[in-house]
Design a protein around this ligand. Sequence first.
Ligand SMILES: [Zn+2]
Length: 237
Amino acid sequence: VSDLDLIYELDIIYNEITIKEKELERLNNRLEINKTEEEKKRYIIELDNLNNLLNDKHSILRKKENELKDYKYKLNNLKDSYEKTNVKDTKQYEYFISSINNLENRIDLLESEILELMISEDKISNNIIRVKEKIKEISDEIVNLYDANYANVEILKKEIEALQKEVLEIRKKITISKLSEYEKIKYRKKRAVAEVKDKACTSCGMILPTSYIDFLKKSDDIIVCENCGSILYINKE
Ligand SMILES: [Zn+2]
């Protein structure tokens, strides 16, 4: 195994570490968990609003029920006094009838209003149950996300650790002068090594002359692409 083979391998591993470190950062920022927590907050606000609405409807309902009791009591009194009174003239008779009618109409109206309020209370209660279920569902999901996140963070940390050990092993095998040449280039570029495939630099795509490729195949020196500055690597097998 030549220095160039090792440098090529080293560059790939450094790149894998970078990818895994980015993923680790993403997991540490808990983007998905934060999104789900926000969703839960929205449902909790919705639940609050529904509870307030239900309380409002309920106090209106109570008021109407008291009014209804009141009117029924008045109606009974009126009917009693009508029965007890010996009604003689038409005016008095009309007074009773119209008062009774009036009260009965109000009672009818109140009863239908109360029914509507009860139906609407039922609907709100059902919505409250639905939203509570949703909140429970999301809370479970958040617990699972935390567990999965934790597990993935641990896996990634171990993978990065293993790759860093590999890096140390490979570096030991590389001639120091070549390693420092590699590091100078690596300092400037994300990917320092580009494989030559189909007679082209895979980093920038520049086509290399055949004579140059033959030269590369024989050389053990670090040679960079004239166009992009990547170390050119050619598989000699
Ligand atoms: Zn290039």
